[in-house]
Design a protein around this ligand. Structure first.
Ligand SMILES: Nc1ncnc2c1ncn2[C@@H]1O[C@H](COP(=O)(O)OP(=O)(O)OP(=O)(O)O)[C@@H](O)[C@H]1O
Length: 398
């Protein structure tokens, strides 16, 4: 089912625009009128990271007239493996500034609006309102629900994508389409009624992601955005594209909206309520009641110099251990602790000291172990990164 165009055509193209977009104008599905729609379109991209990067570059090249960029973070060197709109010289800069420069380098005539903020229930409607279309390239469930709930409230369609390791998913949501339209409402909560428990699936920062996969998926997301703006083809509404890049296989899963689902009204559902301006998304923080004893990296080094029978447990993924490891640590990944499958192999007669990359997963693992009856559990504050900083700076950070 094709949809009516999302955006009315803007003013006539100049001679320079006709030349620039000539390969678009030759497409019967775009043509001069379609290019004028793209010129008039206002699209907001949330997250200038792995997915936002290719999306922004293709939207800019396609001549989308106003492009909003939302991100609170700075460019890190670990981003450069996939976030292709940032370069070495951008490390340390705000992502929105680096992204704006990359967009304007393609076409200085574009209107780029930067929003250097973390979206929260308090800010999301004001940031997203006024755009015709939202594209979500973020990496955590609280933000995804926050963005999609706002799009439902505001009646804005959303293109959504997600990548992990070699796997990806893409879909279009329109939770509150125009009343007169024949579009069946569908929203993120129809695909994921609830977020997976924090820590149950590793993030890209823990499990990794193939850089080129972001390009594949971001290109599909930009294509969906262009199709919606023009009203051509069949949008990814009511179906989810699933990519297994290792098998080189795309498949499609049907997705039906739940007619009984109520519209989120105030952005304060349980899964996003914890987000406020001074709180990082729930995926990134230790459990609030993390009353687990913590030791510093230097204290751990002293303990290891005179081991007194404690067991040092590394709860990271095995591949992380290959990058950098604390001597003497035994690998027991978090997943096995949370689902209980690894508990039988852990000693109950000795104190356990847990560590991960930064201290978040080890706190979570420690609380799970205490709940399972392990009495003497502590963890390394700041994780292996603190070990590198304070004990052995010759080791690699990641
Ligand atoms: N609530 C939010 N408001 C604004 N931007 C957000 C929010 N949540 C996530 N983002 C941004 O979405 C982007 C997601 O990009 P990506 O998935 O590549 O992860 P990353 O954080 O850049 O990388 P890594 O996790 O490897 O450090 C990031 O730039 C992040 O700052």
């Amino acid at each position: 089912m094709s949809l009516p165009p999302l955006v009315a055509p803007g003013p006539a193209l100049t001679a320079a625009e006709v030349e620039r977009y000539s390969r678009h104008l030759l497409l019967p599905q775009v043509g001069v009128l379609g290019q004028r729609r793209l010129r008039a379109a206002r699209v907001c991209v949330v997250g200038a990271g792995g997915l936002g990067a290719p999306v922004l570059l293709y939207l800019a090249a396609a001549g989308v007239g106003r492009i909003g960029i939302v991100d609170f973070d700075d460019v890190e060197v670990t981003n450069l493996q996939r976030q292709i709109l940032h370069g070495q010289a951008d490390v340390g800069r705000a992502k929105v500034d680096s992204a704006r420069d990359a967009v304007l380098a393609i076409d200085p005539a574009l209107d780029v609006v930067v929003h250097p903020v973390r979206l929260t229930p308090a800010t999301v409607d004001a940031v997203l309102g006024g755009y015709d279309l939202v594209i979500d390239g973020t990496d955590n469930f609280p933000t995804r629900y926050l963005v999609n709930d706002a799009c439902v409230r505001l009646g804005i369609p959303e293109v959504w994508g997600s990548v992990f390791r070699f796997d990806a998913q893409v879909a279009v949501f329109w939770g509150r389409p125009p009343a007169a339209s024949a579009i069946a409402p569908v929203q993120l909560r129809d695909l994921f009624p609830a977020a997976p428990p924090a820590g149950s699936v590793p993030s890209c920062a823990e499990g990794g992601v193939l850089g080129a996969l972001c390009g594949q998926v971001g290109s599909v997301m930009a294509t969906e955005a262009v199709k919606l703006i023009l009203g051509v083809g069949e949008p990814l509404l009511g179906r989810v594209l699933v990519l297994d890049a290792l098998a080189s296989r795309w498949s499609e899963v049907p997705l039906r909206g739940d007619p009984g689902r109520e519209w989120p009204t105030d952005g304060r559902t349980d899964d996003v309520a914890a987000m406020s301006d001074d709180v990082t998304p729930a995926d990134d923080v230790a459990p609030a009641d993390a009353a687990l004893p913590a030791i510093s990296a230097r204290e751990l080094a002293a303990l290891l110099a005179a081991p007194d029978g404690f067991a040092l447990i590394d709860v990271r993924e095995p591949a992380e251990r290959d990058i950098v490891a604390i001597p003497g640590a035994r690998s027991v990944p978090l997943g096995g602790i949370l689902d209980g499958s690894a508990l039988a192999g852990l000693p109950r007669d000795r104190p356990l000291v847990l560590h991960c990359k930064s201290g978040v997963r080890s706190a979570q693992a420690g609380l799970a172990l205490r709940a399972a009856g392990f009495g003497d559990v502590s963890h390394l504050a700041g994780g292996v990164l603190a070990w590198v900083d304070d004990v052995d700076p010759s080791l690699a950070r990641y």
